[in-house]
Design a protein around this ligand. Structure first.
Ligand SMILES: NC(=O)c1ccc[n+]([C@@H]2O[C@H](COP(=O)([O-])OP(=O)(O)OC[C@H]3O[C@@H](n4cnc5c(N)ncnc54)[C@H](OP(=O)(O)O)[C@@H]3O)[C@@H](O)[C@H]2O)c1
Length: 285
């Protein structure tokens, strides 16, 4: 399978590269923004025509939430137009497209995991852009797989968000500051290594349509932070707060756990966290 991987410097793409590179039958072609800006259809077309992939994976995104609210035009251009361009260029070349999406396409009103068939209703610009991205990809290329994921952290750190939640918590603990973490938003933070490992067999099996790939279990960001500190043997001053108290310009869903009616869930979020901390920082406490 010849695969063009867009967004190759990102945290999810870095784990796809790391974990698929030596897999039998996989010919992986990484491309960064320098290879093609996804907002430029001619550049994306030229890249796809040059590399002749059977599958194009689009991990690119504009997904810094406050920036999306401040600059909705860029949020729509990079996510929606970018997704459309990639899916269109793939279709023209006879290739399938894999588009990553998010738990933030949901409004957070449920209290059981969201399934692929649940109705989407965004509560912020990023979520609205990703709903439109999903629709644009479906329209542009019938041979598509839309993969919704949640709360990513990976060894490379998110390019678009300047790191990841785990590293932010470890830095705050090192600095000795009091830490306040939101306890009334529940999700399933997911190690990008587990997504990479689960996705490959699904691609080999020809899975298409929309699918959720997220860690098993669920946790608030506060309990996730406590698990990080416990596993590293740290005991900072860490207290729970609410989204309302914490403030900030962006509304987020209170509950955005992703379940699936199509595929097994990934390993439990705590196993993902343990693996990440071992691989990034050495043996656990
Ligand atoms: N991070 C999360 O918590 C999370 C949660 C749910 C869903 N997702 C989705 O999962 C996917 C992967 O996320 P991630 O955390 O791995 O992202 P990431 O680390 O921020 O990587 C995104 C990559 O996209 C590239 N990019 C951005 N704009 C581009 C453009 N116009 N043209 C070409 N490349 C461009 C960036 O390149 P530069 O380095 O050059 O900017 C970056 O390498 C995204 O679709 C995201 O929406 C993420």
């Amino acid at each position: 399978m010849r695969i063009l991987l867009l967004g190759a410097n990102g945290q999810l793409a870095s784990d796809i590269l790391r974990l698929w590179r030596d897999q039998p039958g996989i010919d992986l072609l990484p491309a960064t923004r320098a290879g093609a800006d996804v907002t430029d259809l001619a550049a994306v077309r030229a890249l796809v025509e040059r590399t002749r992939p059977g599958v194009v994976i689009n991990t690119t995104a504009f997904h810094n939430l406050p920036l999306c609210e401040q600059d909705p035009a860029t949020a729509m251009t990079v996510n929606v137009v970018g997704g459309w361009n990639v899916a269109t260029a793939a279709r023209e070349a006879g290739a399938a497209v894999v588009q990553f999406s998010t738990d933030y396409v949901f409004d957070g009103e449920k209290r059981t995991p969201y399934l692929e068939s649940d109705a989407r209703r965004a509560v912020n610009i990023y979520g609205a852009a990703k709903i439109a991205t999903e629709d644009a990809v479906r329209i542009a290329n019938p041979d598509h797989l839309i993969v919704r994921v949640s709360g990513l952290y990976g060894l490379a750190g998110s390019a678009g968000k300047g790191g990841n939640f785990v590293e932010t918590m470890l830095r705050l603990a090192r600095e000795g500051q009091p830490i306040r973490v939101i306890a009334d938003q529940v999700t399933a933070p997911t190690n990008t290594a587990h997504i990479a490992e689960a996705l490959l067999p699904h691609l080999r099996d020809g899975l298409r349509g929309t699918v959720h790939l997220a860690a098993d279990g669920e946790t608030s960001w506060y309990d996730f932070a406590r698990a990080i500190f416990e596993l590293r043997g740290l005991s900072p001053d860490c207290q729970p707060t609410t989204a309302a108290e914490f403030g900030g310009p962006v509304r987020r869903p209170a509950y955005s756990v992703l379940g699936s009616e199509r595929v097994p869930r990934l390993p439990h979020w705590r196993l993902g966290l343990e693996r990440y901390l071992r691989e990034k920082h050495g043996p656990l406490s």
